[in-house]
Every structure is written in C-alpha cells, then in structure tokens.
Design a binder for this molecule. Sequence first.
Ligand SMILES: [Zn+2]
Length: 139
Amino acid sequence: MKRVKRSDTKPEVTLRKALHRLGFRYVIGDKRLPGTPDLVLPKHKAVVFVHGCFWHGHECRQGRTPSSNVNYWAPKIAANRARDARKVKALLHLGWRVFTVWECELKQAVALDTAKQLASQINNQSNGPSTRCRDAQHS
Ligand SMILES: [Zn+2]
C-alpha cells in the first residue's frame, strides 16, 4: 500500500472510514493514475472520486453557482467539470470502473447509506461507470 500525503477533505475521510468499516481496502490518491483518484481499490479495479458539490458543479443546492459573479464562477466550474470528464474517460480507457460520490451524499445522516450503496456497486463487477446522487434532482 502506497500512501501519498495530500489534503484530506472531510467528506473524503468520512467515506474512507465507512468503506474501511465495510471491509474495503484502498489506496489513497494514487498519482500513477489519471486524475489522481481519491480512492483506488485495485482488487475491484475501481476508483472513487469524492467531489465537492460547489467546485464540481453538482446539481444540488450546495452546487448551485452563486447568482452574483456568475461570469467569474461559471467558467471555473465548467473547467472543473470538463477536467473531471477527461479524467473519467482516461480511467475508463485503462479499464477502471469509475465512481463519483458527492459531498452532499456524505453528510453525517446519509454517509453510511452512501458508503453501503457504493460498496454494493463496487462489488457488482458488471456495473459500469457511475455518477449518482441522492437529492440532486429536486433543488
Ligand atoms: Zn451535491
């Protein structure tokens, strides 16, 4: 297991702990892979990104671009999203399964459910790339 020191965001730590409790073992921030995924599960050929809703433009309440300074934020967030898409593509190309978990899915009340869902998706080898969110649609 190679550990790379990097900034640990709180939602990411939450997910890590939950997955660990569910029996998963992972590598954190493997720089050898495109986009340095937050978690890599080599045994499952899966990678997980934990995305902040704001910076990655999630369609939830937290992810909404502020109505002031739209011209400032919108291009930044669009660029992040484009970069995310490129990372996913590169990883898929290398045969990895890519999962994205959003910050809003890792709030205390729902974090364990999110982790369990993710765990079952990771265990399901036939599962393709996944982008999921619990309360994304209705905000
Ligand atoms: Zn969100």
